[in-house]
Design a protein around this ligand. Structure first.
Ligand code: DCP
Ligand code: MG
Length: 395
């Protein structure tokens, strides 16, 4: 099952909620922030009680006064709001190193690392919500999704005060009316509505090209956060073409083990963690297949990468009853740091580090796992490598 990892969080009726917090007399009343009803200017925000009368952000104060004569109008205290906003963001950064504030009361978070600290991403989202509410004294709404758009729309659905998860982002978004989609301009909206297109799915049907450009790019299926600031994801791979096609599984396994060994040492030498493994197999008829899967948590451990790689290799070898001519392995989702993982065993990582130390001091070939040793039968072994026929690597 894919796990949602983008969290969006937004404070409910922010400025109005702060005013209510600072003056409990306002609780449960229609509060309108922005100025007095006889003044020029617009409403910054209104409490949910005032919204029932049709008052909303951006409305002329005068209009708000007409729609909601019993409203309690207050001028804004922006320095107070911005101080609380800072506190809000600071609280979020304790849960994930990747917090992206997008407005004074709203932020996206990447939970793909931090979720390992909690029983589930849902429990973590709940915890974040409760902590923020306790520390700021304000009610917030939270959305979980696979993309920023999905998470933001989930928050929208959760308002006020809820936590919402969109499991099937595409279907959910397809059923929304177009004005719910951030970034669709009023002008475009009017034209589309005039043509009878109200919902995203109608747009997809009538104008797939527009849909593809405007909506589709927001869907993400990758297992990592689509943050603009993140460096482009790197990957490292090692592959080799055999001197002759091989049908013996053990011999293929031995090659793959050696390639994983090289990758693991490379990760350790460069202080990287990998999030995903991909294995590639080419059969004697040149047909080539790849299969990938995420690691349980970001790691450089030979054993962890190996167990996934072997599983993938066996899946690939079922594709055809032919000998293989090439095998390769790639690690992806590379990160230079990882969140603390107190609940996992790091023994296999310590082992990999220990082995790497020995390789550094006495040569790469000074220590191998038994499964790599079959290679001695067909290749020369030098101090720092087994000399494969055609080794290639990419960075
Ligand atoms: N704001 C403003 N003028 C606007 C919109 C917003 O001054 N046109 C300010 C007041 C809001 C704050 O920004 O309190 C946050 O904006 P939101 O859109 O998140 O609105 P609220 O937090 O007020 O309400 P909601 O519960 O819908 O998030
Ligand atoms: Mg808000």
């Amino acid at each position: 099952m894919k796990i949602p990892f983008v969290l969006h969080i937004d404070i409910d009726a922010f400025f109005a909620a702060v005013e209510v917090m600072l003056n409990p007399y306002l609780k449960g009343k229609p509060v309108i922030v922005g100025g007095m009803p006889d003044e020029r200017g617009v409403v910054s925000t209104a409490s949910y009680e005032a919204r029932k009368y049709g008052v909303h952000s951006g409305m002329a104060l005068r209009t708000a006064g007409q729609k909601c004569p019993q409203g309690i109008f207050v001028r804004g205290r922006y320095h107070v709001y911005s101080r609380i906003s800072e506190k809000f963001i600071a609280c979020l950064t304790r849960f994930s190193p990747r917090v992206e504030p997008v407005s004074i009361d709203e932020a996206y978070m990447d939970l793909s690392g931090s979720r390992y600290l909690h029983s589930s991403v849902y429990a973590l989202a709940e915890k974040i919500k409760q902590t923020v509410e306790r520390e700021t004294g304000l009610s917030v709404s939270v959305g979980l999704g696979f993309s920023r758009l999905g998470a933001k729309l989930a928050t929208e659905a959760a308002k006020p005060g809820g936590l919402f998860f969109v499991a099937d982002e595409k279907t959910f978004i397809s059923n929304l009316t177009l004005e719910k989609i951030p970034g669709i301009g009023n002008h475009t909206l009017l034209i589309l509505q005039a043509m009878g297109i109200k919902r995203v799915k109608e747009l997809e049907r009538a104008y797939p090209a527009i849909w593809k450009r405007s909506i589709a790019p927001h869907f993400y299926s990758q297992s990592h956060y689509p943050a603009a600031r993140e460096a482009k994801t790197k990957s490292f791979s090692r592959e080799t073409t055999f001197p002759e096609d091989i049908s013996d599984r053990d011999m293929v396994v031995s090659h793959l083990a050696y390639l994983v060994d090289r990758l693991s040492v490379y990760l350790i030498d460069h202080d990287y963690f990998a999030g995903r493994v991909e294995v590639k197999a080419r059969f004697s008829d040149f047909s080539t297949y790849t299969k990938r899967m995420p690691l349980e948590y970001p790691t450089y451990s030979y054993n962890n990468i190996w167990s996934r790689a072997l599983f993938l290799l066996d899946q690939l070898m079922k594709k055809k009853k032919l000998p293989l001519r090439l095998v390769g392995v790639k690690v992806e989702d590379i990160a230079g740091q990882r969140d603390l993982l107190p609940f996992i065993s790091i023994r296999s990582e310590q082992l990999s580090r220990g082995v790497t130390d020995i390789k550094r001091r006495f040569g790469f070939s000074s220590i191998f796992t038994a499964r790599e040793l079959l290679l001695e039968k067909i290749y020369p072994v030098e101090r720092d490598a087994i000399v494969l026929k055609t080794a290639s690597l990419t960075k």
